[in-house]
Design a protein around this ligand. Structure first.
Ligand code: NAD
Ligand code: MG
Length: 295
């Protein structure tokens, strides 16, 4: 009897999405359909027992799916979110605690260096250390008109959130990271195949690839691994507020697998990169793109 294996084209929602718009930053329960973070499907097997982990932007989307997986693998999970995302953050806390792990929810703005430094201090004080830092929070705002429509304010928000915060969090974390610890950055297919409407965002994602490569070189002799995950189009609250009206319906349809990905489909890569299964993996980017290649 051949095993029953899921068809990747239809394993998750594969139809066009209903038209929808939200104000930024977007809320999980207002999405149609509501994304899948692995709530019903992710089964842990002690791959991160006793780890202390920090995930930025884990109230929702990819970060929440990683939080669910890390907690079910036996890790305590601290995470950051924006103050207006309190409702989503409370749900992530519940999911971590339901897995029997400690949750630490830290609201604030990662564009502020002081907040980034405080986050690391809080995690170390309250959870007793730090083994895995997942730099996942990110900002994008599509500008179909291109370069001339990217305000200096938007440029700053995109760079401070996506790039500066990685420097600030990583600098504050390094004194606490022991050999065996790892840093995992969320980049994007946009870092390799930039869209004309996301010039600022795509350039931050290329920068994150470069930071991942150079940090892996610089931290190898301290026994700290650095890797990244490059998602393709993933169904998260980032999309309805930041894509032009009329674009959301087609979201993900142009991938080889013909659909958008769900946050749950990302979790395995972040677990692999954090766990001792990947002790010889550093300086690598894993693409989770529905078939589009990374250059
Ligand atoms: P999401 O909106 O669910 O998560 C992003 C989170 O970033 C937000 O929940 C918010 O808490 C946080 N954030 C944004 N600005 C912040 C700030 N100034 N201070 C503190 N926190 C802030 O969306 P997501 O898609 O899960 O995004 C997670 C990561 O995945 C981002 O880096 C994004 O660029 C990346 N990504 C997403 C896709 C996609 O299609 N959804 C594709 C490639 C890469
Ligand atoms: Mg959110």
């Amino acid at each position: 009897m051949p095993a029953t294996i899921p068809d990747p084209r239809s394993a998750y929602w594969s139809a066009k999405f209903p038209p929808q718009k939200q104000d930024y930053p977007g809320w999980t329960e207002e999405m149609r359909p509501v994304p899948d973070h692995g709530e019903e499907s992710y089964a842990g097997s002690h791959r991160l027992d006793g780890f202390v982990t920090l995930i930025t932007g884990a109230d929702s989307g990819i970060g929440r799916a990683v939080a669910v997986a890390y907690a079910r693998e036996g890790a305590d999970v601290a995470f950051t979110y924006l103050p207006e995302e309190e409702g989503d953050a409370a749900q992530t806390v519940q999911l971590i605690e339901d897995a029997g792990q400690r949750a630490l929810a830290l609201p604030g703005d990662l564009q502020d260096e002081g907040f980034c430094t405080e986050v690391i201090a809080h995690v170390v004080d309250e959870l007793g250390g730090l083994d895995v830092l997942v730099n996942n929070a990110g900002f994008q705002m599509a500008q179909p008109g291109g370069m001339e429509d990217i305000s200096t304010e938007q440029l700053e928000q995109t760079y401070r959130t996506n790039v500066y915060a990685i420097f600030w969090l990583t600098k504050a974390a390094l004194p606490h990271l022991r050999p065996g610890a790892s840093i995992i950055n969320t980049t994007s297919i946009q870092g390799y195949h930039p869209s004309p409407s996301l010039i600022d965002y795509a350039s931050t994602k290329s920068a994150i690839v470069s930071i991942t490569y150079s940090l892996a070189q610089s931290l190898g002799d301290r026994g700290i691994r650095v890797n990244a995950v490059a998602p393709g189009p993933i169904w998260t609250p980032l999309q309805p507020p930041t894509q032009p009206v009329g674009k959301i319906e087609e979201f993900g349809q142009n991938t080889p697998l013909g659909r958008a990905g769900q946050p749950a489909e990302l979790a395995g890569s972040y677990v692999f990169l954090a766990s001792p299964e990947s002790t010889y993996v550093s300086g690598t980017v894993i693409g989770v793109t529905g078939g589009r290649y990374l250059a």
